[in-house]
Design a protein around this ligand. Structure first.
Ligand SMILES: Cc1cc2nc3c(=O)[nH]c(=O)nc-3n(C[C@H](O)[C@H](O)[C@H](O)COP(=O)(O)OP(=O)(O)OC[C@H]3O[C@@H](n4cnc5c(N)ncnc54)[C@H](O)[C@@H]3O)c2cc1C
Length: 347
């Protein structure tokens, strides 16, 4: 374990924006965690745990210690005829645990294929895509309390998972270093093809799903065709969360919106109506009726095909991206009276 000073984080965030950490360390095993927790630099500075940097925006240098998570290992804890408990260390790439699952034809996380980043960050925002969420398979999360150094195992309920949300983004933000995640996967044929884009892709390409790899391959193909690759253009996937309105509490607002914008897409989800923020953003713009979609301001902008995705065209800063996100948020609020909020963690 070696603590380095003034470390450049540009290549460690998928926006590719420049930022420096006052102190920086890479952690490869649990022994190093124990060593780290007794170090004065750790004790006396604010800390930031970093995985793949694919859901973070550095708007300034980090005046503290950045801990880069390199804890590796995937193993089976127990299994029976129908299911298997898989534990992964938090520094594993999320997609690698998906590949481990589909190689063994385990079901449950194949719809979450190709989501960038680490296993440890997955519970942070209860990653979700193509009709599935981490919470469908999560059993527990292990984390070290940064104050006491004690290890705690959080049950799924204790993680308080919600839409792109968890206890680790709220009450316990920055308080635990997540080191391991345990998932319960099914051995029984169990495809989830409820999500329209996925269902259409399978039909159009005449794919008969026989194993979980078929879904994984389909999701990878869709994602590669739709989402910008951070290796080509800096981004962190969806910058904003979708809007959820409560059917009863927000009834007046919902009725008014549908009267004014009958073409507004919406999806019923339990007691809520989900309104896609991408659509709201597409309807708004900086001025003169132009849409935000595809708009470039200096070196940053909104992706030309995905209005939810903010991009760094090269040479952009985190502050520029933050300013753009605030302009978009304001214009959506002015037009629709709806507040869109960031999914990305701003530092
Ligand atoms: C092209 C693209 C597509 C994406 N698509 C999706 C998608 O479909 N669905 C989805 O949900 N997300 C998506 N994302 C967002 C992102 O991939 C996920 O949020 C992912 O889980 C972030 O992992 P990470 O390791 O990169 O986290 P980081 O960006 O490194 O960290 C994110 C947050 O988690 C904290 N954190 C990270 N590791 C730990 C740890 N071990 N202990 C404590 N705190 C920690 C960090 O401090 C930070 O606050 C996408 C991103 C990109 C770039």
């Amino acid at each position: 374990m070696k603590i380095i000073q003034n470390y450049d984080l540009t290549r460690l965030n998928t926006f590719g924006v420049p930022a420096t950490a006052k102190f920086f360390v890479e952690i490869e095993n649990e022994l190093e965690i124990k060593e780290l927790f007794t170090d004065d630099v750790f004790k006396n500075n604010q800390k930031l745990f970093l995985g793949g940097g694919s859901n973070i925006l550095f708007t300034q240098d980090f005046d503290g210690l950045v801990v880069l998570n390199k804890l590796k290992g995937i193993g089976i804890l127990e299994e029976d005829k129908e299911s298997v408990l898989v534990r992964a260390m938090s520094g594993e790439e999320w997609h690698d645990i998906v590949l481990f699952a589909v190689k063994n034809n385990y079901w449950g996380i194949e719809n979450l294929s190709l989501i960038p980043g680490t296993v440890g960050a997955a519970p942070m925002q209860n990653i979700g895509a193509y009709g599935a969420e981490l919470k469908n398979t999560l059993v527990s999360v292990e984390g070290y309390d940064i104050e006491s150094g004690e290890k705690k195992v959080f049950t799924k309920e204790e993680c308080e998972l919600g839409y792109r949300d968890s206890v680790f983004k709220n009450r316990l933000q920055g308080k635990y270093f997540i080191v391991g995640v345990t998932l319960k996967l099914s051995k029984v044929f169990n495809p989830n093809t409820s999500y329209k884009i996925l269902k259409d892709h399978l039909v159009e390409n005449k794919i008969e799903v026989k194993n979980s790899k078929d879904i994984c391959d389909a999701v990878c193909a869709i994602r590669r065709s739709k989402l910008p690759d951070p290796a080509v253009i800096g981004n962190a996937g969806s910058f904003f969360k979708n809007v959820f309105l409560e059917k009863t509490k927000d009834k007046e607002k919902i009725d008014k919106l549908f009267l004014e914008y009958p073409e507004m897409p919406s999806f019923e989800e339990g007691d809520f109506i989900k309104i896609p923020s991408a659509w709201l953003i597409e309807q708004c713009g900086p001025a003169n009726g132009a849409s935000w979609k595809g708009k470039r301001i200096g070196n940053v902008g909104v992706h030309e095909r995905q209005a939810l995705v903010l991009v760094n065209h090269g040479g952009g800063t985190g502050l520029e991206i933050k300013n753009l996100s605030e302009q978009i948020t304001d214009s959506v609020f002015q037009k629709f009276g709806l507040k869109i909020s960031p999914e990305v963690n701003l530092i």
